[in-house]
Design a protein around this ligand. Structure first.
Ligand code: PLP
Length: 288
């Protein structure tokens, strides 16, 4: 089946879809993105993702390319044209095309909007969740504005490649004070020996994950004990459980950190239950 990509108003064959060489996203990573899950033919948490996209754009003074309603229609159309029932939809907004110069263009330019969709394998992800993943720590070396979901992901790319070369699936960034900030493409959580869920507050050092916010809703709904506070690498190593969250992996148990087992070295019951319950707390928008 041929894939379709949306580029600035046109639905194009994925293999030939392109933006200009002087797109500022390409030249300066001057752009932002979002990834939404597609689950059983539904767009998951569209409104929260679009609200975060709008915030990211606004922080960089990039105009939103479209209102939320038409943008949602285009997202759904891209998903439909690619016949995705379970997968992800990716949207990227850059400042647009202009003669290369660090300054913003003097005359307003239209932002570039690209949307793609691809299927994923939920069975493989569930299987991975049955064994959990290994994580390795990495010094925090990103810029301080990680709350903006920019396409400038080089530190994350290098850190995640480092993880792979260590036989792990994810990194946990550790700040100068020894506290875990987040993963290379996920938010980080632990469950203490007393059964308290802990995740870093969204104010500093992390991306305000949409999956994180849904899991917090779920945690409140289920009346679980939780604390939003920083936790250290040491505390994580002594935790009963650990897990990561992201739209692409939902809630994924972490079973080892820097080679040491977490808890009994198997996925924890809290992470496993939150994963099972996850979609009961999401906003679902039918696509087909
Ligand atoms: N933190 C980082 C650095 C990420 O790149 C991501 C997702 O891409 C997340 C956290 C999780 O965010 P979300 O749950 O919105 O996918």
């Amino acid at each position: 089946m041929s894939r379709i990509a949306y580029v600035n108003g046109q639905y194009l064959p994925h293999s030939s879809a392109a933006v200009h060489v002087e797109d500022r996203g390409y030249q300066f990573a001057d752009g932002v993105y979002e990834v939404c899950e597609v689950w059983q033919g539904n767009l998951v948490d569209g409104p929260r993702h679009l609200a975060r996209l709008e915030r990211s754009c606004s922080e960089l003074r990039i105009p939103m390319p479209m209102e939320h309603k038409p943008l949602t229609l285009v997202l759904k159309e891209v998903i439909r044209r690619n016949k995705v029932r379970n997968g992800i939809v990716y949207m990227q907004v850059t400042r647009g095309v202009a003669r290369r110069d660090h300054f913003f263009p003097l005359t307003p330019i239209a932002p570039t909007l690209v949307i793609t969709a691809k299927p994923t394998n939920p069975a493989a992800s569930d299987k991975q969740a049955e064994t959990g993943i290994a994580v390795v720590s990495h010094p925090e070396n990103r810029w301080p504005r990680v709350d903006i979901k920019t396409v400038g992901l080089l530190p994350n790319v290098l850190a995640k490649q480092y993880a792979r070369e260590q036989g792990a699936k994810e990194v946990w960034y550790v700040d100068q004070d020894g506290f875990v900030t987040e993963g290379g493409s996920t938010n980080a959580w632990i469950v203490t020996k007393d059964g308290v869920l802990v995740t870093r507050p969204a104010e500093t050092g992390i991306l305000r994950g949409i999956t994180r916010s849904v899991v917090l809703d779920l945690v409140e709904r289920e009346g679980l004990q939780f604390e939003e506070r920083p936790f250290s690498l040491e505390e994580a190593k002594n935790a009963r459980e650990a897990f990561v969250t992201a739209a692409s992996t939902i809630c994924m148990p972490v079973v080892s950190l820097d080679g040491a087992s977490i808890g009994n070295g198997h996925p924890g019951s809290v992470a496993t239950e939150l994963r099972k319950q996850f979609h009961t707390a999401t906003h679902l928008d039918e696509i087909y």
